[in-house]
Design a protein around this ligand. Structure first.
Ligand code: CAA
Ligand code: NAI
Length: 695
């Protein structure tokens, strides 16, 4: 039985025990109804406390149950919460660890909530394309007011206990939440229970309706294309403007609308994919990650500084090394600036920032390498330099240390060969800005040992990153796919599209930025320098547009103009860029034509999917979901569309094939539909099992 019932004198204690996270699956819901009935009917019981075992007051509804799409067997969560709401005796929630989603809704329906100091609570449904559907938006708003509810529920953030207490959604913080909850329950039984959240109106009365229109306007761009965030705003507005019954009913209606939407399905696919991606094919859970107590990062540039911050934020002492004092100081001052900004924006307290900064040391000599468990190099992307750095790391770090590279493209095996410990060499590819971007694309070298892999996957979790393990090839998963996307954007320009049109199509699909705005951001000279080093097959060509842009000094944002002109940071039409593009079309003898948005979208995204299929076939990615996780967390693919592989499968793999068959004659053999794509289309899906076989 997932509910353990016991009595502590006149207080019933209902303990939910349903590992791993006490999700509210059918047995739990049934068990709760039965336990509540028992507590109600026992005259010796005057109050009840609900608690979760193992550090989790339910972490929400059972996501697998919702994802299955089948109708839920009653009692559903709404029935359980209805029973709590009508329970005749005082009810207190004792929260250790997390109370999330439906779990927190359960707590909100109790008379009071007592949490441990380290507990986190919240309504993260939006991250799964849902809105809280069992009164969460209503009760939270009634306790904390609409502004706090808008902030917390549209972001889905986990609120630390102290913050939740300040907002009014917790009643007390106690080192022993269960003992305190029993005391509170008894006191409520003695003094008469306080009103429940649903009965309170002081925070929802007289709210200025302008709050909601202003919120919608301010977040219009962020919510573009998404269903759940807007519905959360509607539900919170209803809590303040409609009669109680009607507002609860509207919340339910919005919940069902979101639950049945493709966005919910895509986001749950991603939730599952992120967790699957942590599992390493061929490496079982018996392989223990090595402890990481101290780290070194070589190269105090853009990436190295950000990576050092990741370690410090995870409370791991780190030494940042660079070749010269000047370069080191540049890195360290960038880090100080990052922490200053974090404090200014309220993301960290001054003490937290100070403590993290205290964990970062700088050095130019090799001595600090002697005490590290891992060294990550982030020096210039130069193969000879990187090999030299690996030799140096091998000489100067303890024999057990892992040596990792942040390279975006280089061969991990060649770096491993420069050391006497290839089994401890691995790629750890962070994304820029490294302290913000969630993806960590770890790269498995031929010799990387199971323990090395387990260690960097576990490290990612400690650093708050989402890891994916890629095989070793040019560009790994993400950048290898990206080459087609970038190249095709320019081919579209040659044929008649404008930068504005190409970017608008991609941005309205849900990416934060289109490919040409992105080029301007990273610098057209940088893009050209990378391209210059790549060798294309003889039947392919690069569009000359990027090279021309770089040669003419149209470098992008940093030079004030590129594909766009920049005025006060805003992008504007650049007639000179268009003239350059049109002259390229003329020189190539291409008659410019009107290109539809649909053609732009498919020509940009379908080649990504085709390369994804090859990456799967070669075992560079273990599962289609791994590719989705890479694209969503590293490249801005809209999460609510599930990632490129999932999106293509939903949209129809035959459409991908048709696009590639159209492009291949003019673009080259590599653009032919891949065998794995043809096979997936025939089978009606990617069939993830065909690739991943975890130990
Ligand atoms: N339902 C089912 N399984 C869940 C789950 C849930 N709500 N939450 C986590 N799990 C599973 C994971 O899939 C994972 O399973 P595997 O080991 O088989 O991969 C396992 O529990 C451990 O999860 P994590 O690896 O994520 O563990 P963690 O320690 O890193 O994080 C957590 C724990 C913070 C609870 C995190 O799992 C989490 O954020 N879970 C989702 C919380 C959530 O979104 N709740 C709202 C659900 S929707 C809802 O509740 C609304 C409604 O009423 C319909
Ligand atoms: P950067 O040019 O900003 O920094 C490189 C740093 O390495 C400089 O501070 C330089 O002084 C230092 N350095 C050079 N030789 C050194 C040596 N022998 N010993 C110690 N330090 C040395 O470069 P950036 O952008 O930080 O890139 C670093 C690595 O990260 C590259 O491999 C790059 O491909 C990769 N990368 C870069 C991303 C980006 O967006 N910039 C994204 C992901 C990976």
């Amino acid at each position: 039985m997932p509910i353990h019932y016991r009595s502590d004198g006149d207080v019933a204690v209902l303990q939910i025990e349903h590992p791993p996270v006490n999700a509210l699956s059918l047995e739990v819901r049934r068990g709760l109804i039965e336990a509540l009935a028992r507590a109600a009917s026992d005259p010796a019981i005057r109050a009840a406390v609900i608690i979760g075992a193992g550090g989790s007051f339910p972490a929400g509804a059972d996501i697998r149950e919702i994802a299955s799409g089948a109708a839920l067997t009653p009692p559903i969560l709404l029935d359980v919460i209805g029973r709590l709401e009508t329970f005749e005796k005082p009810l207190v929630a004792a929260i250790e660890g997390v109370a999330l989603g439906g779990g927190f809704e359960l707590a909100l329906a109790c008379h009071a909530r007592i949490a441990a100091p380290g507990a986190r609570v919240g309504l993260p449904e939006v991250k799964l394309g849902l809105i809280p559907g069992a009164g969460g938006t209503q009760r939270f708003t009634r306790l904390a007011g609409p502004q706090a509810a808008l902030e917390a529920i549209t972001s889905g953030e986990h609120l630390p206990a102290a913050r939740a207490l300040a907002l009014g959604v917790l009643d007390a913080i106690a080192a022993e939440p269960l003992a305190q909850a029993i005391i509170w329950a008894r006191r409520l039984a003695d003094e008469g229970a306080v009103p429940r959240a649903s009965e309170r109106e002081e925070r929802t009365a007289g709210v200025d309706p302008g709050l909601f229109s202003a919120w919608r306007e301010a977040h219009a761009r962020k919510y573009r294309g998404q269903l759940a965030p807007g519905r959360i705003v509607d539900a919170i507005e209803a809590a303040c403007t409609r009669p109680r019954e009607e507002a609860f009913g509207l919340e339910r209606q919005y919940f069902l609308e979101c639950r049945d939407s493709p966005q919910r399905k895509a986001l749950m696919h991603l939730f599952h994919a992120e967790r699957e991606a942590r599992k390493i094919p061929g490496v079982g859970p018996d392989v223990e990650p090595a402890p990481i107590r101290r780290a070194a990062v070589l190269g105090a540039g853009t990436m190295g500084a950000g990576i050092a911050v990741c370690f410090a934020n995870a409370a791991i002492p780190v030494t940042l090394l660079d070749a010269t004092e000047a370069a080191l100081e540049r890195g360290l001052s960038r880090i100080r600036e990052l922490y200053r900004e974090s404090v200014e924006r309220g993301r960290l307290s001054a003490q937290q920032a100070e403590a993290a900064l205290g964990l970062i040391r700088g050095a130019t000599g090799d001595a600090p390498l002697g005490e590290v468990d891992i060294a990550i190099e982030a020096v210039f992307e130069d193969p000879a330099l990187k090999r030299e750095v690996f030799e140096r790391l091998d000489r100067n770090t303890p024999p057990h240390a892992i040596l990792a590279s942040n390279t975006s493209t280089l061969d991990i095996d060649r770096l491993a060969a420069a050391t006497g410990r290839p089994q401890q060499v691995v790629g750890t590819h962070f994304f820029s800005p490294a302290h913000v971007m969630k993806l960590m694309e770890n790269v498995r070298g031929t010799a990387s040992s199971p323990q090395t892999l387990a260690t960097v996957m576990a490290l990612a979790k400690r650093l708050g990153k989402i890891p994916v393990l890629a095989g070793n090839c040019d560009g790994f998963i993400g950048n290898r796919m990206l080459q087609y996307y970038g190249a095709e954007a320019e081919r579209l320009l040659e044929e008649g599209a404008t930068p504005e049109q190409v970017d608008a199509v991609i941005e309205s699909f849900g990416f934060a930025m289109g490919p040409l705005a992105m080029r301007d951001l990273s610098g057209n000279d940088v893009g050209w320098a990378i391209r210059r080093n790549r060798i294309l097959p003889p039947d392919e060509r690069w569009s000359p547009i990027l090279e021309r842009m770089a040669a003419e000094g149209r470098l992008g944002r940093k030079s004030g103009q590129g594909f766009y002109r920049y005025e006060g940071g805003r992008r504007r039409h650049n007639p000179e860029a268009l003239a350059l593009i049109e002259s390229v079309s003329r020189e190539l003898g291409i008659e410019r034509r009107a290109i539809s948005d649909a053609e732009i979208l498919t020509r940009l995204l379908h080649p990504l999917v085709n390369e994804g299929a090859k990456i799967l076939a070669e075992g560079i990615a273990s599962r289609p979901g791994d590719i989705d996780v890479v694209y969503v967390h590293g490249y801005g693919f809209p999460a609510y569309k599930g990632g490129p592989m999932y999106w293509a499968e939903q949209d129809g793999l035959e459409k991908v094939i048709a696009t590639l068959e159209r492009l291949a004659p003019s673009h080259g053999q590599r653009w032919q539909p891949a065998a794995r794509l043809l096979e997936a289309a025939r089978r009606g899906g990617w069939d993830a099992e065909a690739n991943a076989q975890p130990a």
